[in-house]
Design a protein around this ligand. Structure first.
Ligand SMILES: [Zn+2]
Length: 430
């Protein structure tokens, strides 16, 4: 028996009987085991620092039947999402991405005053707001009341609810069938995937379209993006899995685009299977590429787990060397993914003096588990660190451009993923 098989078996023993979130088959193979970690969005107030903190396993499995990479629902989403600290509008590049999507989809689908665009997990209205000047009615569905309130303030009609078949039936009864259903980076966060996709099937008009954006599993593996794994992300998708998911719900994968967002994403277009639409050539090309990469072979996944361990060793080696040389190190950003990285690697206030974030909700709080203090962005100018570890590496261009002035005291940026790399802002500008 090879070592690889042995590891999968160890996972099988611990997770015996876990049914697949999509196809219900028993899930037996380990994708990657990141150990124990606290919830990545549970930022702590100072008064909570000396209290016990819950840790949950981050042991990711893969279903050999439908190829869904998945995390067990260790924590109920109503616990996670009712007060959510993430406001999409704090990322300027993400808002720009949303605006260009809206302009594209309004033109492509010829949407107008009689149409309805529905976004699931509409957050603070960062996307739907762009439909309003174009005269297209919108409806947001958002479970976190605090962010939904911000959307309503922008004129974006928002229903505070979890989406599923029941809500879809209610909306249909109210005459709110959708021409377009948008799900950006929400599919991963849905524990009952079949209820969610079943709801989309109900809500969609006969000639409507669903567009979903999600990080592509192929990019996650190629670029060693293990920090995008956290408890709030229950599922990780390939094109092959999306195709299977669509079929199971009477939908069809009819088009796909590759996006650079979140380290490499897919935007898939789903239509009713009965509409008989011919899939674009891009669909066939994607599925063929994934077949070629060996995504149907469980052995393919072992290399990823090894690459994750190597990244941890390289990042720690860099930080240990920097601290031995007497360098001052801080971080930029306090995203969910940063907390997976910090906890898995064991990087706390012993390495990082602090991190900064543009979201004032997080100021004065501490990162879960590692307890790194979170300060306003200006703290970097006051501290003048030698190295700035960029935790939201998907925004590294935006951040290095915004923070180019740190070159004045010789600071450099460090990006942890896919491999540890140092960016000198002087060279980046040249
Ligand atoms: Zn499955």
């Amino acid at each position: 028996m090879s070592l690889k098989e042995d590891r999968s078996l160890a996972g099988a023993v611990r997770h015996a009987g876990m049914p697949c979130r999509l196809c219900n088959a028993p899930v037996r193979h380990t994708f990657v085991d990141l150990g124990m970690s606290p919830l990545c969005e549970s930022f702590l107030a100072r008064g909570e620092l000396d209290q016990m903190e819950p840790y949950y396993p981050l042991h990711v499995m893969i279903c050999e039947h439908c190829l869904l990479v998945q995390l067990k629902e260790y924590v109920k989403p109503d616990h996670i999402f009712t007060e959510y600290a993430y406001f999409s509008s704090y990322s300027t590049s993400w808002v720009a991405h949303a605006k260009s999507y809206v302009e594209m989809i309004v033109a492509r689908r010829q949407l107008g005053a009689d149409s309805l665009a529905v976004e699931l997990a509409s957050n603070d209205g960062y996307l739907l707001q762009h439909f309003l000047p174009l005269g297209v009615p919108v409806l947001g569905v958002e479970p976190a009341a605090n962010v939904a309130k911000v959307a309503t303030g922008k004129g974006v009609t928002t229903r505070v609810a979890f989406f599923g078949r029941q809500l879809a039936r209610e909306l249909i009864a109210e005459g709110k069938a959708a021409d377009v259903i948008i799900g950006n980076n929400v599919l991963a966060q849905v524990p009952d995937l079949n209820d969610f996709v079943g709801g989309m099937k109900i809500l969609l008009k006969p000639d409507g379209i669903v567009t979903l954006e999600f990080p592509h599993l192929v990019c996650l593996m190629d670029e060693c993006q293990f920090d995008t794994i956290y408890h709030e992300h229950f599922s990780y998708f390939s094109g092959l899995t999306i195709d299977e998911m669509a079929r199971r719900h009477g939908l069809a994968l009819v088009d796909v685009e590759r996006l650079s967002t979140h380290g490499g994403s897919l935007r898939v277009y789903l239509a009713h299977a009965e509409s008989g639409q011919t899939p674009s050539p891009a669909v066939g090309a994607l599925l063929a590429q994934e077949e070629r990469l060996g995504l149907r072979d469980m052995g393919t996944y072992g290399g990823f787990a090894e690459a994750v361990k190597r990244t941890k060793r390289d990042l720690l080696a860099f930080l240990i060397e920097a601290k031995r040389a007497g360098k001052k190190v801080c971080a930029y950003g306090a995203p969910g993914k940063g907390n997976t990285l910090l906890n898995y690697c064991g990087i706390g206030a012993d390495f990082l003096d602090f991190t900064v974030d543009r979201n004032p909700y997080k100021h004065g709080r501490f990162t879960p588990g590692m307890h790194v203090p979170i300060l306003p962005v200006e703290a970097i100018d006051a501290a003048r660190p030698d190295f700035i570890l960029i935790l939201p590496w998907n925004l590294k261009r935006e951040i290095t451009a915004q923070m180019a002035h740190v070159a004045s005291w010789g600071a450099k940026f460090v990006v942890p993923i896919p491999t540890v790399s140092v960016i000198d802002p002087k060279e980046a500008r040249a």
